[in-house]
Design a protein. Structure first.
Length: 117
């Protein structure tokens, strides 16, 4: 059986304290872009998810270079998605002794970089 050449690397960040809905706004900006261009976009995007996703992207690029000997110049973001993690349930005191539930949502962020053919 012929050995298949690996052309992609993955980075996952789990249980990040950011709502998936907010993280998806940022991750949609980088999907399909060159790795260097995606990092530049994240650097200048003023949203809470930008530094977290940038860190995941840098990790995926480092995995590609060190684990699979891929060239960083030829990498692009082939897959990038955000899944919902466990929700932390908290309560906020309200008027007349009542309380309202607050959902503190978490995310699982996955970034896959591949080499251009």
């Amino acid at each position: 059986m012929a050995e298949q050449e690996i052309t992609s690397a993955t980075a996952k960040v789990t249980n990040v304290r950011i709502a998936p809905r907010k993280a998806r706004l940022v991750i949609d900006l980088i999907r399909g872009k060159q790795a260097a261009e995606a990092l530049a976009i994240l650097q200048f995007t003023p949203r809470a998810g930008s530094p977290i996703i940038a860190k995941a992207l840098k990790s995926a690029i480092a995995n590609a270079e060190h684990n699979f000997d891929l060239d960083a110049q030829n990498l692009f973001v082939s897959e990038a998605f955000v899944d919902e993690g466990p929700t932390l349930k908290r309560f906020r005191p309200r008027a007349k002794g009542s309380a309202s539930p607050i959902n503190k949502r978490t995310s699982h962020i996955t970034v896959v970089v591949s080499e251009k053919e």
